[in-house]
Design a protein around this ligand. Structure first.
Ligand SMILES: [Zn+2]
Length: 269
């Protein structure tokens, strides 16, 4: 797929909206790790430039948070508001996959088209959801919202790799779910990859030891190599749930410290 370059590089933000304390042993499929606390953060991302705003993922909302015993810091749409993005006006949302922590709160984005892989919709509504272990990370209400979005002509189906706009493309990287996709963006630092859950923590990739919520372990490990090939530098690969992201990257405004970071200029550490 040839890259069409945008007139200007994009700004990219990570917005942290929830947090979960967890031991390290719960974050790796293979057991040879040093155990201890290894908490997990929840993010959505925003890509801004060339007169457009793309949101990557939707997060979850209070009802789901309560049901799953999660603590939500703020609604993802409220996080977007902090950097001047009105969720109500957002026209483009790239959905990396349909797990509950990436595909909820659709009602805050009533005007958005939703970019989703064919295989993810098939996966979330097909035979694998007949198994409790596979469906437990999905929320049936959120999946039904997406089915309604299909009938409302809001879902843009993607099969594999596709450009969304000059300088922004999505890439199917299965493994975590059957139809998971990551997002590649042109920035002033080069090609940056919002890996989402193709890489939960930096350590999953560097240790080649996947996060245990996985559909296909082989595809997951293969995906680490694909992502490295898409990014211009290892430091421009942004994992989906690692608290180190807010430590490594600069905050655009001191009042957002630890909550929102700017990714496109590279890490400050
Ligand atoms: Zn996730």
């Amino acid at each position: 797929m040839p890259d069409r370059m945008p007139a200007e590089p994009y700004e990219v933000y990570a917005i942290r909206y929830a947090h979960l304390d967890r031991p390290a042993r719960d974050n790796f499929i293979f057991g040879d790790i040093h155990d201890g606390p290894m908490p997990l953060d929840f993010f959505i991302w925003a890509i801004v430039g060339n007169g457009r705003t793309f949101v990557v993922d939707l997060g979850f909302e209070h009802v789901c948070a309560e049901r799953r015993g999660r603590s939500i810091i703020r609604l993802p749409s409220e996080g977007l508001q902090m950097i001047g993005i009105d969720a109500n006006a957002v026209e483009d949302v790239i959905v990396t996959h349909l797990h509950y922590d990436h595909a909820g709160d659709l009602s805050s984005f009533p005007n958005a088209k939703l970019y989703l892989q064919d295989r993810e919709m098939a996966f979330a509504t097909g035979r694998h959801m007949g198994h409790q272990r596979m469906r437990q990370v999905f929320d049936v209400d959120y999946v039904c919202d997406f089915v309604r979005a299909v009938y409302d002509d809001r879902v843009v189906f993607i099969d594999g790799a596709q450009e969304i706009a000059p300088g922004i493309s999505v890439h199917h990287i299965g493994g975590h779910t059957d139809g998971h996709q990551s997002v590649r963006v042109w920035t002033e630092s080069g090609w940056l990859v919002l890996a989402s859950d193709a890489v939960h923590f930096y350590a999953n990739m560097t240790e080649q030891n996947p996060f245990p919520i996985v559909y296909d372990v082989g595809a997951m490990i293969e995906g680490y190599g694909t992502i490295r090939g898409l990014a211009d530098a290892e430091e421009l690969i942004i994992p989906g749930h690692d608290p180190l992201v807010v430590e490594r990257f600069p905050c655009p405004d001191a009042t957002f410290e630890g909550e929102i970071v700017r990714l496109d200029r590279g890490p400050s550490l």
